[in-house]
Design a protein around this ligand. Structure first.
Ligand code: S3P
Length: 420
């Protein structure tokens, strides 16, 4: 059971955004001129991106919370001496596949653990349509990329994935002729914002994007706080009566903040104070302990909360009435089968949820949670959800392999203990 707090008013500064840091590194690497990335995410996934870029000849140095990247220009990357290792980072592998497809050299992209099991055909197929020569191991990594002359293409994206969209945009910088992309459902637009910021000829309207190939001009990039890293804090604060949590410097990209929309629809009191910032919107959040009610979540709302669904499911179990979350198919392709992992976490906590036909149904008011050993399936988001569940459990919740949080937020448990 949660320890009693003397002070229920806390302030929290989330760690820097992983998704923005990946893109800042990749785009700075191929820009003309040098970039200072201030406040980059320091975690295993972004370290993998930086290490791959160094192997491609990009000079990256770090000092006092900044990364300095000497841009190689669009055509300045060098053939790596061996395979590039993306570790367990899906964003590193998929975005690099797009970047490497149009180079004048061949390369091999590999990884480890869960990444070797994740689908890569979603990215190799649209790149192949642009003339890329990529072979995979039955749709999985390693990817063998034969640097090719690319041509622009018109893509219709059926799978809602910002990683796939971003890979196509990176390849499109190297293509002959323009590339257009139409998304079925809107996904986070970090890459588009950064491309625009760096002078790329990109235009967008609703679900449509249009990019003409061209060079990028280096500009310093400020990384906001990571919404997904803050999400366990937002969820926990919402569920604790009398709690008030101020979150400073948090990224507020509309493609990421679906958890706020859902919690507000459930009746949560959350104040959002946007600040002027570029290329990424950011600001302050104040989250109050609130009484929640069950809601219906539509498939088109899912991409903006894709990494927060285990947390939303936990919140739903404490709300009044049932919650139905539709369109959750993509959950199966994350660091773990995140649907299976969420159901396993629910079981450990003595909670019930039903999954079927692309929907997750959670009965509300499930009372005090049980406890025990929570399996993480080596998935950082499940470990973090486990910590939130532990606040409401009767018996201690022991998180198996808690080190998996290093993927995105190495200090998660230390920070979480400070706030809750
Ligand atoms: C990410 C996009 C999402 C998300 C992942 C990071 C990104 O994946 O789940 O953690 O950086 O673009 P998909 O694009 O595959 O949905």
């Amino acid at each position: 059971m949660r320890k009693k707090h003397k002070h229920l008013y806390k302030i929290f500064f989330p760690p820097p955004d992983k998704a923005v840091t990946h893109r800042a590194l990749l785009l700075a690497a191929i820009s003309d001129g040098s970039t200072v990335i201030s406040g980059p995410a320091v975690c295993e996934d972004t370290a993998a991106t930086a290490a791959c870029l160094k192997k491609l000849g990009v000079k990256i140095s770090s000092s006092r919370g900044r990364l300095m990247v000497k841009g190689a220009g669009l055509r300045g990357l060098r053939k790596p001496s061996g395979p590039l290792n993306a570790g367990e980072s899906g964003t590193t592998m998929r975005l690099l596949a797009g970047l490497l497809a149009g180079q004048e050299f061949d390369s091999v992209l590999t990884g480890k653990g869960s990444l070797l099991k994740r689908p890569m055909d979603r990215v190799t197929a649209p790149l192949a349509a642009m003339g890329a020569g990529i072979s995979s191991a039955g749709g999985r990594a390693p990817l063998r990329i034969h640097g090719s002359r690319l041509s622009g293409a018109n893509h219709k994206l059926l799978i809602p994935s910002a990683q796939v969209k971003s890979a196509i945009l990176l390849a499109a910088l190297y293509a002959e002729g323009p590339t257009s992309i139409t998304e079925r459902l809107a996904t986070r637009d970090h890459t588009e914002r950064l491309l625009k910021y760096l002078g790329a000829r990109i235009s967008s309207g609703g679900l449509n994007f249009y990019l003409r190939p061209g060079r990028l001009n280096a500009r310093n990039i400020k990384v906001p706080g990571d919404f997904s890293s803050a999400a366990p804090f937002i969820t926990a604060a919402c569920l604790l009566p009398g709690f008030k949590l101020t979150i400073k410097g948090i990224g507020l990209n509309p493609g990421r903040t679906g958890l706020i929309t859902a919690l507000k629809a459930m009746g949560a009191r959350i104040t959002v104070k946007p600040a002027a910032a570029a290329p990424e919107p950011q600001g302050e959040l104040i989250v109050y302990g609130s009484k929640l009610q069950g809601i219906r979540v539509r498939p088109d709302e899912i991409p903006a909360m894709i990494d927060e669904l285990p947390l939303l499911a936990l919140a739903a179990s404490r709300a009044q009435g049932s919650t139905v979350i539709s369109g959750i198919g993509e959950l199966r392709h994350k660091e773990s089968d995140r649907l299976k992992a969420t159901l396993a976490l629910f079981k450990t906590l003595g909670l019930r949820a039903e999954a079927g036909q692309g929907r997750l149904t959670i009965k509300g008011r499930q009372g005090i949670f049980g406890g025990g050993t929570a399996e993480t399936f080596n998935d950082h988001r499940i470990a973090m959800a486990g910590a939130v569940g532990g606040l409401f459990a009767e018996k201690p919740v022991k998180i198996k392999n808690p080190g998996c949080v290093k993927k995105s937020y190495p200090d998660f448990f230390k920070d979480f203990k400070k706030v809750f």
